[in-house]
Design a protein around this ligand. Sequence first.
Ligand code: CP
Ligand code: NVA
Length: 324
Amino acid sequence: MPPRVGLMRTAKSFLTLAELNPADLALVLDVSKKLKETRGRTSLRPLKGKTVALLFEKPSTRTRVSFQVAVSELGGASVVLNSDEVQLGRGETIEDTARVLSRYVHAIMARVNGHSEVERLAAASSVPVINGLSDLYHPVQILADLLTLRERKGRLAGLKVAWVGDGDNVCNSWLIGAATAGIDIAVATPSAYAPDRKAVETASSIASGTGASIALTGDPRKAAQGADCVITDTFVSMGFDAQRNERVRAFLPRYRVDSRLMAVAKRGAIFQHCLPAHRGEEVTDDVIDGKNSAVWDEAENRLHTTKALLCYLMLKGPELQTLR
Ligand code: CP
Ligand code: NVA
């Protein structure tokens, strides 16, 4: 019997990645693949007549452009709102903003400083809310990373992924994504920069159902041992610039991904990075520009996975199934 995907959605919003059960995660990735294959060759416009608000409290290249292009190619319209240009930036509450936007648009994507802001937005909104990055999670990124990994390795369950560097927002969502997809994940961080405790708990609880394993260590070589994919991110996320010097001291040189670390991973292991990269800091040029780097496909896949996620959240189950 086919899995009852797309029909069991419990949450209309997408804030951490834990909203997707394994079957629905597979569905979103399948729809992403289909939309990638048919890009420019399909007359389907599933978001025709729908508008998506894209709210930014922080800068963005990939999230902003991929969402705008995704909505446009799906036949919808988007409105970009920089927080300092709307009344939110002058003190209008998040709840009031959510209520008003819900009367105009059919979904809201928000990139916020504190994760509680996107939670409050979702709680007060009557349309789906997507977290486009908060200090704690970056779930839309992990959909692209998982699609990229599946393209390169042909499957997800049973693979091993190594996260090396800061236990940041991308790492937290990777823990949940890996657990949901049945991927073993090893995270190597300095102890002061370990992933969020609640994210680890959530991922562990999901992993107990999927058979995935989660390992936290301080040793990058131990994490990378036998990995199919090595991932890192900046050591200084947006909002943490005041800590730049102490962070660089804590991470370098031990946590930089270089060819010696990649050599510990499995033969043919790929390298991923959500970008923007700080070349020479968290990753060397020869790795990010090397033949096993998947970062440009990963960036492209933000577009295809964003389309699939919008369809998942905004269309009815049967409409969604036709896109698979
Ligand atoms: N990876 C990512 O989210 O990039 P932007 O900050 O450019 O959106
Ligand atoms: N961890 C990074 C991701 C950027 C896409 C940050 O939050 O700045």
